[in-house]
Ligand binder design. Structure first.
Ligand code: DGT
Ligand code: CA
Ligand code: CA
Ligand code: ZN
Length: 594
């Protein structure tokens, strides 16, 4: 809970009090408190334990100070929650739309049952919203333009939120509607794109209207944007939009292919069909009327059936991005993509020795539960003060603790590691002698991210030249927008970095944390072509983080990686042998045992 969160809540309270018709002095006090919180130079949560210090801030009296305390302590405020519950759900969201005043927002939710920005958009498009008192056509259209321009900016949700939400809503639909079969996530989530515009679901049923109806009535649904016999579009409480298509099983293959996209892949496939005298649509294939055949629709239960009819092997969803996949398929040159179960170890994991949440042993036990054969504990080095990094003394104690845990926990190898900071000048936080005591060294940039290209490139390559550095962690340091923030990548000469990685035998990490996904898909592709070997790891800071692996695998697949491109597909023994090689010999594709 930082100052801006506190400010937003106070400002929301002011708005709600105003809507309730409370005295002006009361709403003003909250408005003022919001401004004070936003402008306060330190972190309010840091002084929240000290009521007197809070009250010494001009404009903050006893009641407000206690509210700041409550917010900082628990992240929520009883008074605010109670106040919100007096109003329709989603009202505050509507109020954030430029051009909508409190009275209009209230009418929209009460009279038109609108509770989300998407719902508002649909009501404007349908001409319903403009009929509200004091709105009118011109006003409504201007609001619509605002919505659309805001959307372009922070519109997409990261895969790490979208995919679990898609799976959850699929489960809810299955429960609510037992005769919905083959419930499948399609669209960009199925292609494992790092961010997702909306969720697309597909299922089969003998009674499609019953399914769309049950879907629109699910508890998680806050707004229904459209509902027909075979389609429905809804907004979930979380703000995610979900499109559902229901079909008979004989159309399932062609519809899944269509609905998975990408759009350009679909267009390319249609062109190919056309060149074969066929016409491809979301129901199946028909022969062109110009040919002498009947023009009847050919249908397909599976996507593979459609591909086969087009003379192609099945193309995995992650490859369907118009990156030459159809040509490769035609020539028999599709990669034999890495799959989740190929991954045998996780080599970037934190514990409570630095900024992780639980002891080493808990992380190790959790890794074993996931079926991993080996795990490296890589807490931060001392340069990274905020992350409680390890001094040389603590690193050595950390090594001893890892050995102790390894002896104690059967069935998994535990490697001694460190995520060592690459300082601004390219030096590392530990000496070579200290690094040589470790099994795994992940070197990462965490500071001075604004360096210019030549300096940053030389900095990273300097770290690669160190014989003890196993891999570079999250190379570009970019952050995917997670609803709160994002971060641009550092400026690097990627060609030079990838060449240096291949030359020195330094692995590049595909950091699987959904807010990082760094290397990203396009960089994986480029690095792989340069001969780089990868390490996919989760950077987990708590046990649940170990399950991020699938996002890293998806990203590797989007970069056309096979198991032999990724070193942690090796079993524990082969991996030990690999680490025993001098760095410069850790090159070339790895041998995969089948
Ligand atoms: P997103 O939601 O922006 O992350 O991306 P997608 O790929 O999930 O796109 P979405 O939800 O608009 O549509 C789902 C799929 O439906 C898309 O990948 C391909 C297909 N599709 C949608 N609109 C069109 C279209 O105008 N033409 C073609 N060929 N396919 C379309
Ligand atoms: Ca979509
Ligand atoms: Ca969609
Ligand atoms: Zn890091």
């Amino acid at each position: 809970m930082d100052n801006s969160d506190i400010a937003r809540i106070f400002s929301d309270i002011a708005t709600l009090l105003q809507l309730k018709g409370e005295a002006v002095f009361k709403t003003r006090a909250y408005q003022r408190a919001a401004e004070i919180a936003a402008e306060y130079p330190g972190e309010l949560s840091a002084i929240a334990d000290d009521l007197d210090e809070l009250k010494s801030i001009p404009g903050i009296g006893d009641a407000l100070a206690k509210k700041i305390q409550e917010l900082s302590g628990s992240g929520r405020l009883e008074y605010y929650e109670d106040l919100k519950s007096e109003f329709p759900a989603g009202l505050l969201t509507l109020l954030e739309v430029p051009g909508i005043g409190p009275k209009t927002a209230l009418r929209a939710s009460e009279q038109l049952d609108i509770h989300s920005v998407e719902g508002l958009e649909a009501a404007i498009e349908a001409g319903e919203f403009e009929k509200l008192p004091r709105v009118g056509h011109k006003n409504a259209q201007s609001i619509l333009r605002h919505i659309r321009s805001q959307r372009r900016q922070s519109d997409r949700i990261m895969l790490g939120l979208a995919l679990p939400a898609a799976e959850e809503i699929s489960g809810r639909l299955a429960e609510a509607c037992p005769d919905a079969s083959n419930i499948t996530v399609a669209g960009s989530s199925r292609r494992m794109k790092e961010s997702v515009g909306d969720i697309d679901l597909l299922c089969t049923s003998d009674d499609p209207p019953a399914v769309t109806k049950a879907f629109a009535a699910l508890d998680d649904v806050i707004d229904v944007l459209g509902q027909g016999d075979t389609k429905a579009s809804v907004v979930l409480k979380s703000g995610l939009q979900v499109d559902l298509r229901v079909t008979e099983s004989r159309y399932f293959g062609a519809l899944l292919l269509y609905f998975t996209g990408s759009k350009q892949h679909g267009i390319n496939l249609r062109a190919r069909a056309q060149s074969m005298g066929l016409s491809l649509n979301e129901y199946g294939l028909t022969s062109d009327s110009s040919s002498d055949s009947t023009g009847e629709l050919e249908t397909f239960d599976t996507e593979a059936g459609v591909y086969e009819r087009l003379g192609l092997p099945f193309i995995p969803p992650e490859l369907r991005e118009d990156h030459g996949e159809i040509e490769a398929a035609e020539d028999g040159l599709l990669p034999n993509l890495l799959i989740g179960p190929d991954i045998k170890g996780d080599l970037h994991v934190h514990s409570d020795w630095s900024d992780g949440r639980v002891p080493i042993k808990e992380m190790v036990v959790a890794a074993r539960e996931l079926g991993l054969e080996y795990v490296a504990i890589t807490d931060h080095s001392a340069g990274r003060g905020v992350a409680n990094g390890l001094s040389v003394e603590r690193l050595r104690a950390h090594n001893a603790e890892i050995e102790r845990v390894e002896a104690e926990v059967a069935g998994i190898r535990v490697l001694k590691g460190s995520e060592v900071d690459i300082r601004a000048d390219g030096a590392l936080d530990y000496t070579d002698e200290v690094l040589s005591e470790l099994d795994i060294v992940i070197a990462s940039v965490h500071s001075a991210m604004g360096q210019e290209r030549a300096v940053m490139t030389e900095r990273v390559i300097a770290a690669m030249r160190n014989p003890h550095v196993t891999a570079i962690g999250h190379l570009t340091t970019r952050l995917v927008f997670d609803g709160v923030r994002s971060r641009e990548p550092v400026d690097l000469d990627l060609d030079a970095v990838f060449r240096a990685a291949a030359d020195t035998g330094t692995l590049l990490e595909i950091n699987a944390s959904p807010k990082r996904l760094d290397l990203r898909d396009a960089h994986v592709m480029q690095a792989r072509k340069a001969g780089v070997l990868f390490l996919i790891d989760t950077d987990a800071h708590r046990p649940s983080g170990l399950s991020f692996m699938r996002y890293g695998v998806g990203t590797a697949r989007r970069g056309w990686c096979e198991a032999r491109d990724v070193v942690n597909t090796m079993d524990a023994r082969a991996f030990d042998e690999f680490l025993a090689l001098p760095k410069e010999r850790r090159t070339g594709k790895i041998a995969v045992r089948t």
